[in-house]
Design a protein. Structure first.
Length: 231
């Protein structure tokens, strides 16, 4: 399987932010798949994730960063500590309201929160939903943004491609991702959803995502992070 989601995510982050010499908190860093790009732009990167094994992997692979076990719901940092807080496909994996409140607390007055989330209508997302449906969690995350004390400075939908050799590689990838035994009934549901596209070789699925740049409403005008990115 080949995919370019990581590259597309980082390109959007770069478009909305200038990370040079800025302090960055990445929430939901996993094994560092986005962190490896972020560290090229700043030496002040802290990544957190609840998965201990992934945190260990990220620290080994990206020694210049600092990686800690943790959740966005309870950040162990002082107020106004970071220039940027980035949720990389992670806001819907926790209590979104608590996580946004904590991100706001640790964000500097002129800082920026970047939220990258999957869009439930996307092809990749619909296939994932057959195995494990997180639609309500993703909707709740968007609702939490709407109800937060944050201003949406900019919002952009973007896309990436996931390419599989065939439908069998796709279904096997899905079961491996969730560490589940192969289930022929669920696999057939995936093929039924794909319809005639299931016979394509290679099989190309569109991954749909949204990036939102959020700032504190108390600050007049455009936040520093977004202003610098537009220069």
């Amino acid at each position: 399987m080949k995919e370019n989601s990581d590259k597309q995510i980082f390109e959007r982050i770069q478009k909305l932010s200038n990370l040079d010499n800025q302090s960055v908190l990445e929430i939901g860093c996993g094994n560092g798949r986005i962190s490896k790009f972020l560290i090229k732009k700043t030496d002040h990167l802290i990544g957190i994730d609840p998965d201990e094994e992934k945190i260990k992997e990220a620290q080994v692979n990206i020694p210049k960063g600092k990686f800690l076990i943790g959740s966005g719901e309870n950040l162990d940092f002082s107020n106004e500590f970071f220039d940027f807080v980035i949720f990389t496909l992670s806001l819907h994996h926790q209590d979104s309201k608590k996580a946004l409140r904590e991100a706001t607390r640790v964000l500097k007055k002129d800082g920026l929160i970047l939220v990258i989330e999957p869009i439930i209508e996307g092809e990749v997302e619909r296939v994932f939903a057959i195995i494990h449906n997180e639609d309500q969690d993703k909707l709740d995350a968007q609702q939490a943004i709407t109800e937060s004390d944050l201003l949406v400075e900019q919002s952009e939908v973007f896309y990436a491609h996931w390419i599989f050799q065939n439908k069998e590689e796709l279904s096997q990838y899905m079961f491996n991702y969730y560490d589940l035994p192969y289930d022929s009934t669920l696999a057939q549901k995936i093929y039924d959803y794909l319809g005639v596209n299931a016979q394509k070789r290679p099989l190309n699925l569109l991954d749909s995502m949204i990036i939102q740049a959020l700032s504190k409403k108390t600050q007049p005008g455009v936040s520093r992070g977004l202003a610098e990115a537009r220069r």
